[in-house]
Design a protein around this ligand. Sequence first.
Ligand code: ARG
Length: 456
Amino acid sequence: MKKTWGGAFDKSPDDLAWRFGQSIESDSVLWREELDVSIAHARMLGATGIVPEADVIVSELEKIRAEIEIGSLKLPQDAEDIHGAIEAILFERIGEIAGKLHTGRSRNDQIATVTRLWLRRRCADLRRATRRLQSVLLELAERHQRDPMPGYTHMQRAQPITLGFHLLAHFWMLQRDVVRLDFVEKACEECPLGSAALAGTPFPIDREMTANELGFALPSPNALDATSDRDFIGDALHACAMIMQHLSRLCQEITMWTGAEYGFMRLDDSFSTGSSIMPQKRNPDFAELIRGRSGRVFGHWVAFQSMMKALPLGYNRDQQEDKPPLFDSVRLCVDSLALCAGMMETATFDVLRMKETACEDFSTATAVADALAATGMPFRKAHELTGKLVRECEKRGWTLMDLDESRLSEIGLEIPVSILEVVDVEGSIRSRDLPGGPGPEAMQRQLQKAKQLLRE
Ligand code: ARG
């Protein structure tokens, strides 16, 4: 077993205790960042004259990075953690000089730096995946900007909207996720490297240099805070939880809409699964799995907060437990975003069926009440009058769309004919054309605004 400590110990750790403490299985994913950070640190040790043999260390670390990259070198899985694994490989190759790499640093500032660097890079992946789903939704929204569908509240048909309008609502949810990801990235902008264990180092290291080389904005201002802080992980887990919550809502709609009760949508074969017993079935398994796995990501956030709660300052080994939830959440988010983009991009929508559904019931009643109120009638009265109109129509087996001048006068509620402009779904949608509405002008503006954001 490869250890980075032990000088003061007479005995090796108990087998189970050693395995219990190992994190190599999960933190192997940090290998590239571990090497990037070590290389930056070694270069700085050379440049400042602290370690004259730094060149040897740097070039060997670069070789190790390249070999892991192409798969010719595997990390020793008996190491304690990723730091121990890389250090062991380095020792094997350059001997005692390898020991100079750890001058002026500790695993505590190392893991804080490596994890921040990893997360900054994953923020870019997450943003790319979110942007991709947004652009799929935007393209669909543009195509279906005039296709009516029922808008729902309480899962009951409420007012007609368009499919494009509905899809853009999901676009804006994801836009807020992008803002949250920007925040997470900002939470990772300080570089803890050089904080050492908790109290800095006496070596004349150049913290600006390493921060710069690794793309951080600046060195962290307080070594104790820098090695204790895991806020950036909490922020990331929260951002991931919100993304998954949003995707779970999209996936719920996919699941409902692809069922015969709605019949709005059909998933492509490549994103559907069959049943082992019912040959006719097409199941939206991937939408369901995303919906289900969202729970796992919410759990990760709670697990993390519970682990951090009441931890005294200074590194505590508890903090090792921050990474598995982070890694799993980020991977699930990236995959789920990509799957949603794939599902939506290849799906087909039954726009006729959607329109028919929007025409059933009395979903243009609000538009009628609004039209009455526009004539000067108090809205409450208009609401009541429209209610009566709906009842009269129901008695006669008509929908609001079946109304014309003669039928209006037959009902005899003294309702002005101007309401006929909004009794059909298109009229109702057209009448809601102020910013934020589903009307054609408003949708154009919304589409433009969304496109602008994606271009940025
Ligand atoms: N594996 C540890 C972690 O992930 C690395 C830091 C260990 N530091 C220490 N002093 N034991 O948190």
